[in-house]
Design a protein around this ligand. Structure first.
Ligand code: ADP
Ligand code: MG
Length: 226
């Protein structure tokens, strides 16, 4: 599906085009459905047991919004901006505005039909900045930022080192999963889980877990093929 492969080798994927961006969002929708119960259980432990349902509802609405025959975005950013708007309007929980703002920030950065590694790195940094600005969380507060921040850093480092988008996405997945696991011993300082105080210790953060799923979906669609 990705027609952007070029450069050093036929098995490199160096650009993210609109069809592959759609495939990413489709893969996220599948992943949040497949992991809905796991996300719900994590949120039951330190929140209100709706994170799985929130994301499933949100991405189902996204699939409807971008799946219509008449919807033909001209840039990667238009598509991701619509994803963000839909999440903001359809998800009531904290994660809807947070992820929605992140996708909208990606959308504002990616103003061309294909995005390269440098553009994507800047866009992901803008997404992280948007989450931080809206939620006020920093690394160590036991939120999605604990997965997102290291994932964005790892993505950018892989691109700087000459890796293709697939390599960068894989590095981001590893960093996001490690960041999510590292939330377990932390006490929550932001969001609903912070109301539990010390009782939030010993549970993995649901939003950090779903952030890792979103990067895993990106890595899945950036596999070389052909
Ligand atoms: P709610 O907490 O409103 O029920 P969700 O259950 O969908 O919303 O999402 C909870 C997740 O949102 C948390 O696990 C955490 O990762 C993330 N989150 C909550 N508040 C913040 C915040 N201020 N900054 C960053 N992430 C946050
Ligand atoms: Mg919740």
């Amino acid at each position: 599906m990705n027609t952007g492969s070029h450069g050093a080798g036929a098995d490199r994927v160096d650009t993210l085009d609109i069809p592959t961006t759609r495939a990413w969002i489709d893969a996220v929708a599948r992943a949040v459905t497949a992991h809905r119960d796991e996300l719900t259980e994590l949120d039951a432990a330190i929140g209100d047991a709706d994170h799985g349902a929130n994301l499933q509802r949100g991405f189902a609405a996204v699939e409807t919004a971008i799946g219509g025959l008449g919807y033909a975005p001209e840039t990667v950013g238009q598509l991701l901006g619509k994803v963000g708007m839909t999440l903001i309007s359809k998800v009531g929980g904290a994660s809807g505005p947070l992820y929605g703002s992140a996708f909208r920030a990606l959308g504002r950065q990616l103003t061309t039909p294909e995005a390269d590694g440098h553009q994507l790195t800047l866009a992901l940094q803008a997404g992280l900045d948007a989450v931080r600005a809206l939620g006020g969380a920093t690394t160590g507060d036991k939120t999605m930022v604990d997965a997102l921040a290291p994932a964005v850093a790892a993505f950018g480092e892989a691109i700087t080192a000459g890796g293709d988008l697939g390599a960068a996405a894989h590095a981001a997945v590893d960093a996001a999963e490690a960041g999510a696991r590292a939330t377990t011993p932390l006490q929550a300082r932001k969001g609903r889980a912070s109301y539990l105080g010390e009782r939030s210790i010993g549970h993995q953060d649901p939003g950090a877990t779903s952030t890792a799923l979103i990067f895993a979906a990106l890595a899945e669609v950036l596999q070389p093929h052909g």
